[in-house]
Design a protein around this ligand. Structure first.
Ligand SMILES: [Zn+2]
Ligand SMILES: [Zn+2]
Length: 142
């Protein structure tokens, strides 16, 4: 599903989730919605610092945090790497290529076994993210 950024009303999206519209939020969310995929705060900072020269990495990071709290994007934390921010806010999982680092989204209709196991252990699941590692098709063919 390709969406053109011209059709996306970023200030309206911000207002809908109760966030005040600022030039920083506008530029950061526009960048994410235009490029989709998964990115770190650093990636975003580098991509838009020419648009907003006074921007700092920590502002980008804090803005991304508020976006993910508002449910606009999703923060994914891997054990020892910087948080990735995912333009896809729907619950989903990732296949991670060990060679190029690419993340491929995948969906599971439900995870009944895990839910059952957690219940047995009296464990309250807040969030579930399955990370499958391997080699992507592009890397396998090269
Ligand atoms: Zn790969
Ligand atoms: Zn994803």
């Amino acid at each position: 599903m390709e969406q053109h950024t011209d059709d996306i009303n970023v200030p309206q999206i911000l207002k809908n989730v109760g966030l005040r519209v600022t030039p920083q939020r506008d530029a950061i969310l526009s960048h994410i919605l235009k490029n989709r995929g998964h990115m770190t705060a650093d990636d975003i900072y580098r991509s838009i610092q020419n648009v907003l020269p006074n921007l700092s990495v920590s502002t980008v990071y804090n803005t991304l945090k508020s976006f993910s709290e508002a449910g606009l994007i999703r923060e994914i934390q891997f054990a020892d790497a910087a948080s990735l921010f995912d333009a896809n806010a729907a619950p989903h999982h990732h296949m991670v290529c060990k060679r190029c680092g690419k993340l491929i989204d995948f969906y599971l209709p439900s995870t009944p076994n895990v839910t059952h196991i957690a219940k047995e252990a009296n464990f309250h699941i807040e969030e579930m993210h399955i990370e499958v590692s391997g080699i992507c098709s592009e890397c396998a063919n090269n």
